[in-house]
Design a protein around this ligand. Structure first.
Ligand code: HXC
Length: 259
């Protein structure tokens, strides 16, 4: 598939990097862009050479939300029957390999939701997060009212969803929305460093860690703890566990073979 609204490349043959590329519209997310993003992510997820993915935007905008011009004339019947705007978002959630959002500039509405759907967010110091849908007479539609309170707590999530105000990078880090804040000119270096580090580890353990952390958001504590315990036990059936522990004991660098 030829991509028009995203750019796709690999870093060191291991990290799948997707850059949203609709700069004039501040990377506003339309159906075509979301289809392309879903396609690219499925491709990287299926590619055995790829260990981790990164989604990023431009300096000014990660994504300023769903495309308001495209949505403006939609009726309920259009969006419900055609699954417009909301289609293809589940693809992002369904990929098994880790996905890091490298956010600079605006991450608003669907852009904030896209970033939150990734496994973690590394933010440039100019990043701004918000769910301003309320100003348009709608509410977030891709998980914003659910993931934001889980990330930053009810008080800030309500504040943002009801007033539409933005959170800067420093507040987002204090509140737990982002894992790290770095200078803008170091954003890709830092993010690719994290992604390449993940690629070094046993892919089986990486997938198990992602699945287990996600359990914390989707079930009860006791179910999550039980799931984690079983995954932990299961990893002792891998060669990578033998390799990782033998390497530690013998003071050498492990060479994981993802088996
Ligand atoms: C379409 C958009 C856009 C958007 C910006 N643009 N955001 N086009 N959809 N979400 C366009 C502008 O119309 C403008 O086009 C160009 O990008 C540059 O934007 P400006 O407004 O001139 O830039 P600036 O003054 O710097 O302001 C930046 C901004 C503002 C604060 C980000 O653009 C803004 O408030 N955008 C809307 C943010 C928003 O409400 N997002 C939520 C959307 S609803 P022209 O042609 O004039 O140059 C949503 C629902 C999610 O996301 C549902 C998911 C399922």
């Amino acid at each position: 598939m030829a991509y028009e609204l995203i750019e796709v490349r690999t870093e060191a043959g291991k990290v799948g990097v997707i850059t949203l590329n609709r700069p004039k519209q501040l990377n506003a997310l339309n159906n075509q862009l979301m289809d392309e993003l879903g396609q690219a992510m499925k491709g990287f997820d299926a590619d055995p050479a790829i260990g981790c993915m990164v989604i990023t935007g431009s300096e000014k905008a990660f994504a300023a939300g769903a495309d308001i011009g495209a949505m403006a004339t939609y009726t309920f019947a259009d969006v419900y029957k055609g699954d417009y705007i909301t289609r293809n978002w589940e693809t992002i959630r369904s990929v098994r390999k880790p996905v890091i959002a490298a956010v600079s500039g605006f991450a608003l509405g669907g852009g904030c939701e896209l970033a939150m759907m990734c496994d973690f967010i590394i933010a440039a110091d100019n990043a701004k997060f918000g769910q301003p849908e309320i100003k348009l007479g709608i509410i977030p539609g891709a998980g914003g009212t659910q993931r934001l309170p889980r990330a930053v707590g009810k008080a800030k999530a309500m504040d943002m969803a009801l007033t539409g105000r933005m959170m800067d990078a420093a507040e987002a880090e204090r509140a737990g929305l982002v894992s790290r804040v770095v200078p803008l000119d170091k954003l890709m270096e830092e993010t690719l460093g994290a992604a390449l580090q993940i690629c070094e580890y046993s892919q089986i353990a990486v997938l198990a860690a992602k699945e287990s952390v996600n359990r914390a958001f989707e079930g009860s504590l006791s179910d999550g703890v039980m799931f984690e315990r079983r995954m932990f036990h299961a990893l002792f059936a891998t060669q990578d566990q033998k390799e990782g522990m033998d390497a530690f004991v013998n003071k050498r660098k492990p060479a994981f073979r993802h088996e």
